[in-house]
Design a protein around this ligand. Structure first.
Ligand SMILES: *Cc1c(COP(=O)(O)O)cnc(C)c1O
Length: 386
């Protein structure tokens, strides 16, 4: 058995995709960037496809290429790249990866790459409707659409989509969402007037998928929700089931007297004779150092907090007089069904969001998979990754 592991329930990811699809007429893109939000890129992608996702979305080109290398043929959109990545762009075009273009400069780079490729580059033009990250401003939009339309007429590119990203979809009925839908619709009208009418218009993330049908268009890009984390926690769980359980086992257990200082700097002092339990996970594994004296854990079905500083490889828990032994299981977070903390509980304790809790689990923690049979038809199934 493993010392520590992130157990990923692929059947939950599959079911979450089915749940999300039942709430929209649009196709679903499963966002599997950042190693599937820490759940494993290829297993998460396979589980989502088994649940009926038709598209996969990633940030970086190498993430898209890794999906292709695993034999996944479905459409994949990559949305964050730089002009330096000429080799990667070439591989992406050859592999039929859909690429986002936000500027005429980026378009020129893609055109130079596509000119050397036998296949047209597949493009999604991005309009900045207010987030001010990627995307052409409304002022620059007509020039980008015109240049892309010309390249499409020459056969160098296929314009597959037009898209944008929301600012505050996690706050239902936020006025910014409404104004972004308006700017997006205007951008679609301008493109149509310039002869560019792609089939796939997309705007919604997970939060808008569960709360804002007016943002669904042809495709919704769901990330956090497919992993079972509520995109709008104040509104409940939307029937989603958290897919990841992070667990370890106690490496040391001992009795100490009251007044014992614990871990670096002695930021925790025992207030009575008590039992200290040592957990072999630290900030190198993605347990944030600011979880010191805060992070919730479950041992033997009881909840505790981390006692003292989180170190690189380990932290301590004061379990009082509970009967615990070396080798006992400790659960940091899971679906919460057995009383264990959830990723949401960790996010609340650390004043962050559950996205960060699951995504930053480090490479030293093996991912092991449940529900593989529901996801993999052939026998290339991994028992675990890393
Ligand atoms: C990460 C990301 C998503 C998915 O967002 P969730 O809130 O996790 O659903 C969608 N679109 C873009 C552009 C993203 O970067």
């Amino acid at each position: 058995m493993l010392r520590s592991e992130a157990i990923v329930d692929l059947a939950a990811i599959r079911a979450n995709v089915e749940t999300l699809r039942s709430g929209t007429e649009a196709e679903l893109m499963a966002v599997v960037k950042a190693d599937g939000y820490g759940h494993g890129l290829v297993p998460a992608a396979r589980a989502a496809l088994a649940g009926g996702a038709r598209w996969l979305g990633v940030a970086m080109i190498e993430e898209a290429l890794a999906l292709r290398a695993a034999g996944i043929r479905e459409p994949v959109l990559a949305w964050l790249w730089t002009r330096q990545e000429t080799d990667e762009l070439r591989l992406a075009v050859d592999a039929g990866i859909d690429l986002t273009v936000s500027s005429t400069a980026a378009l020129e780079t893609v055109l130079a790459t596509a000119a050397e490729s036998a296949t047209p580059a597949r493009l999604h033009l991005k309009i900045d409707t207010g987030l001010s990250r990627n995307g052409a401003t409304p002022a620059d939009w007509p020039a980008l659409v015109t240049a892309a339309g010309r390249a499409a007429a020459e056969g160098t590119v296929d314009i597959i989509g037009i898209w944008s990203h929301l600012v505050s979809a996690d706050v239902p009925d936020h006025p910014t969402t409404k104004s972004q839908i308006e700017v997006f619709t205007e951008a679609l009208d301008i493109a149509a007037a310039l002869g560019v009418r792609p089939q796939i218009r997309h705007l919604a993330n997970s939060a808008a998928t569960v709360t804002e049908p007016a943002a669904h268009f042809d495709l919704v890009r769901t990330g956090v929700a497919i992993y079972g984390l509520s995109p709008v926690p104040e509104r409940g769980d939307f029937g989603l089931v958290p897919a990841m359980t992070l667990r370890s086992h106690l490496a040391n257990v001992k009795r100490v007297p009251g007044g014992t200082g614990v871990s670096y700097g002695h930021d925790y002092l025992t207030d009575r004779d008590t039992t200290l339990a040592l957990v072999p996970l630290g900030y190198a594994d993605g347990i944030a150092r600011n979880a010191t004296n805060l992070g919730p854990v479950s041992i033997g079905g009881r909840r505790y907090r981390i006692s003292g500083r989180v170190a690189m490889d380990q932290f301590v828990v004061d379990v009082g007089d509970a009967a615990v032994s070396e080798g006992d299981e400790v659960i940091l977070f899971g679906p919460g069904t057995a009383g264990e903390p959830t990723a949401q509980d960790w996010a609340d304790a650390l004043d962050t969001i559950h996205f960060e809790i699951v995504t930053r689990i480090g490479a030293r923690v093996p991912r092991t998979y449940r529900g593989l049979d529901q996801v993999w038809a052939d026998d290339s199934k991994p028992a675990s990754t890393r």
